[in-house]
Design a binder for this molecule. Structure first.
Ligand SMILES: Cc1cc2nc3c(=O)[nH]c(=O)nc-3n(C[C@H](O)[C@H](O)[C@H](O)COP(=O)(O)OP(=O)(O)OC[C@H]3O[C@@H](n4cnc5c(N)ncnc54)[C@H](O)[C@@H]3O)c2cc1C
Length: 383
């Protein structure tokens, strides 16, 4: 067994780290305080490959292995939760199902545009007011065939990137039943008449990552905008989420790493009772736990990514990595605030922002509870 990254992966990690330090981390506080998306940095990401991590090179993507893609999202998470979430959603949700299941014509039409940075980003709308964890039973948005078009009606919630996307891949009911073959994925360009992207949600954190409710009123798109097979939307979604979970796990490792580094810096310079707080055992134990958990989370994320790139089953490992890494992110950020004392509660230091950003990760792309269910099913068998 070899735990070393390849030379290529190490160089990639360093290049992304340097880019993120200069263009992303440097603006993380401003992005949070002003609730603005960091287009300035994102416009520079196309040539680097960050906008098409796993998209094949023939569609102007970077065609990277899953581990290199996870490393990139981890580095982005280290720099800025908001920017990292937008990029994780773009790569993992907004483009991955199109690359995996889309027709050749759809891929050629859209992937080069969003992977190169010439266009905006991609988005995926699964969640609805009445459907989050339970998509199969809950999705009400419906798509019906009328001539050579789909006509879509319904509403979605919590769609990351909707206002900064070229298109929204929409999970819609194409059969009147609630069976496992009743949903389909359809690509809806964001300038389609009848599509309304509502103002950005006001959130606890991730304020520089726009999230929107979206409504569809007689939205018409060509039948060819179906992604994959009609009725296979649920299966395509679950497969997409397996990959997305590696991404959110990697993002959480990055957030945890940033909080941990900030806590170490602070613990070395803050003095109480005549010595740096880093010399108090209670502080050392929090740092030791953080180091151990970050290491474990990173190894789990990398293993899931490696299984994915080897073409082996990875549903269980991705769910485990997502569960552990996201809960680690929250715990490490929480303790980093504790180590900062009162200053940890101030926006002058990054740890309160990281804590707010980390909080979402145990909810999006499968809550911790849903991931425990996925793991339990894999262990015990059954549906
Ligand atoms: C910032 C942000 C960005 C997001 N981005 C996107 C996006 O880009 N696209 C998209 O489609 N969605 C997105 N989401 C939605 C997100 O994926 C859902 O919020 C998430 O899947 C949970 O669904 P829900 O909110 O409906 O919670 P519910 O499904 O209502 O769950 C509520 C609670 O019940 C628990 N629960 C549910 N079912 C069970 C069960 N069977 N057993 C035990 N516990 C259970 C859950 O774990 C949770 O604790 C985003 C959400 C946020 C907040």
């Amino acid at each position: 067994m070899n735990f070393d990254l390849t030379d290529e992966q190490r160089m990639w990690q360093k290049a992304v780290h340097n880019f993120v330090a200069a263009e992303v981390q440097s603006r993380a506080r401003e992005v949070d305080e002003t609730s603005t998306f960091n287009w300035q940095a994102v416009h520079k990401m196309g040539p680097l490959g960050l906008l098409g991590l796993s998209i094949p090179e023939e569609y102007e993507g970077a065609g990277m292995d899953a581990l290199s893609a996870a490393i990139a999202i981890e580095e982005l998470g280290w720099g800025c939760g908001s920017t990292a979430l937008a990029l994780a959603a773009h790569n993992g949700l907004g483009t991955a199902p199109l690359a995996a299941f889309g027709s050749e014509a759809l891929k050629q039409r859209w992937l080069p545009l969003v992977a190169s940075g010439r266009g905006k980003l991609g988005a995926l709308a699964l969640t609805e007011p009445g459907a989050g964890s339970d998509l199969q039973g809950g999705v009400r948005t419906k798509a019906e065939i009328d001539g050579d078009e789909w006509v879509i009606n319904g509403s979605k919630m919590w769609c990351t990137n909707a206002s900064i996307a070229e298109y929204i891949i929409t999970l819609a009911r194409t059969e009147p039943t609630s069976g496992s073959h009743s949903l389909s994925m359809i690509l809806v360009p964001t300038d389609t008449p009848g599509l309304t992207i509502h103002p950005a949600e006001k959130k606890m954190g991730l304020k520089g990552s726009p999230t929107h409710a979206v409504t569809y009123e007689n939205v018409r798109v060509p039948l060819e905008n179906l992604i994959g097979k009609q009725g296979r939307g649920l299966q395509q979604t679950l497969s997409t989420l397996d990959g997305g979970r590696i991404s959110i796990g990697a993002l959480s490792v990055g957030l945890a790493q940033a909080a941990y580094e900030a806590a170490i810096d602070y613990a070395k310079q803050r003095q109480t009772f005549g010595k740096p707080i880093a010399e108090h055992q209670a502080i050392q134990f929090m740092l030791a736990d953080a180091a151990t958990e970050i290491d474990s989370a990173r190894l789990m994320v990398y293993r899931a990514a490696w299984l994915k790139q080897e073409g082996r089953p990875y549903t269980r490992e991705a769910a485990m990595a997502k569960l552990f890494a996201t809960e680690t992110g929250e715990r490490v950020a929480r303790n980093a605030i504790q180590i900062h004392g009162g200053m940890g509660y101030s926006s002058q230091y990054p740890v309160e922002r990281i804590y707010r950003d980390a909080r979402l990760m145990t909810i999006g792309e499968g809550t911790s509870e849903i991931n425990r269910m996925v793991i339990a099913r894999q262990i015990l068998g059954g549906r």
